[in-house]
Design a protein around this ligand. Structure first.
Ligand code: DAH
Length: 361
């Protein structure tokens, strides 16, 4: 039997009423399926259009689409009311008791990211680097433009950036790398500069080796005489100290970054025989970081005279070296806050990891 306008109006009234009456997100989802789902009532009504003559079909079709849109809009509006109410109820019900003592019977564990960051900072501190910091919410100028990545540059797409609403007319992002701290340091600090900048970074990506939030450490040295030999020596020393392998081979492979010229990627020696990754002088290579001599244009954009000053920069992830050193297979587990994982991979505070007493002290 063909549906009439009256049938449609009745259905519209019924559905809008059940949207209004839905008192939980689950109940609302049920209404959505009943109304708009593949076997839903509007869909069923749509199927009767074929039996109408062309004029009636056009009128009825238009009206049905309008009703469909109206129901969809009502569902969206109701969903936001219910979600807000659910959040308000949760905020009222769940409280954090800040007076509770720390978990009593055992000391907590230090997260492998924190541990690795501390190890890296300690090694660079020995070489005379200071620690610098910058904000996680960064403006587009510091994250891209001042690093010689102009608007329209393809590198911007490669970063899978999380964009935020403009602030004071400036486009804002969650920083995609720690390199903007280079810019902040060069703009603010007196020369010479020798800093490392560890911190959180963000990219819209998720699989076994990518998470939307991860950590990097950046390095920057600017003075009147630092050259590529220093860059190389610094990174060779660092990698051998961090991985605790005295003869760990490093390979500097020519590469491209907009903010360095020349640029290189650094690989460390490894073996992948039998599907097992082992670091050392085995003939195979694993990429670990990016680096180069700071581009004169970047120096100039930060107000530094590039005819007098020069230096190097590098940037690397924190979790990947942690995974390599401590045998952690899946990056995503770092950020799942699973206490069993933390107990297994975490570090006992104040215990120095050593081959003699085990990595967990
Ligand atoms: N910022 C780059 C990235 O996240 C890494 C990088 C490469 C940093 C070269 C540097 C550098 O300082 O010189 O992919």
């Amino acid at each position: 039997m063909n549906a009439t306008m009256d049938d449609l109006d009745r259905l519209r009234g019924e559905l809008l009423a059940s949207v209004d009456q839905a008192d939980s997100p689950d109940a609302l989802e049920q209404v959505r399926v009943t109304a708009l789902g593949k076997k839903g009532r509007i869909t069923a009504l749509m199927k009767t259009l074929g039996g109408l003559d062309p004029d009636a079909r056009r009128d009825m079709g238009q009206r049905m689409n309008a009703v469909k849109d109206e129901i969809a809009a009502a569902l969206t509006a109701r969903k936001s009311v219910l979600d807000d109410a659910a959040l308000t109820a949760r905020l009222a019900a769940e409280r954090v008791d800040v007076t509770l003592p720390v978990r009593p019977e055992k000391p907590g564990r230090i997260h492998p990211t924190s541990q690795t960051m501390d190890e890296m900072i300690a090694i660079f501190a020995e070489m005379g680097f200071e620690v610098a910091e910058g904000p996680d919410i960064e403006d587009d100028w510091h994250n891209f433009t001042a690093l010689n990545i102009p608007p329209e540059h393809p590198a911007r797409q490669m970063h899978d950036t999380f964009y935020l609403p403009d602030h004071d007319g400036a486009p804002m992002v969650l920083r995609t790398h720690t390199s903007p701290v280079q810019v902040r340091t060069m703009v603010q600090q007196k020369l010479p500069i020798r800093i490392v900048a560890p911190g959180r970074t963000y990219r819209s990506d998720y699989d076994m080796t990518h998470t939307p939030m991860f950590h990097q450490i950046e390095g920057l040295v600017i003075d009147e005489s630092t050259h590529m030999g220093h860059l190389k020596g610094c990174l060779v020393e660092f990698c051998r100290a961090y991985f605790d392998i005295d003869d760990l081979p490093l390979r500097f492979r020519p590469s491209f970054f907009p903010f360095t010229e020349p640029s290189a990627e650094v690989d460390i020696g490894c073996s992948r025989k039998g599907g097992e990754l082992k670091l050392g002088n085995y003939g195979d290579w694993l990429e670990i970081l990016g680096c180069g001599m700071v581009h004169p244009r970047v120096l100039e954009m930060c107000g530094i005279d590039s005819s007098r000053y020069q230096g190097f920069a590098f940037g690397m992830g924190i979790e990947r070296p942690a995974m390599l050193k401590y045998g952690i297979p899946d990056l995503r587990t770092f950020f799942e806050a699973d206490l069993r994982w933390l107990k297994h991979y975490g570090f006992v505070p104040l215990a120095v990891p050593s081959p003699a007493f085990g990595l967990n002290g």
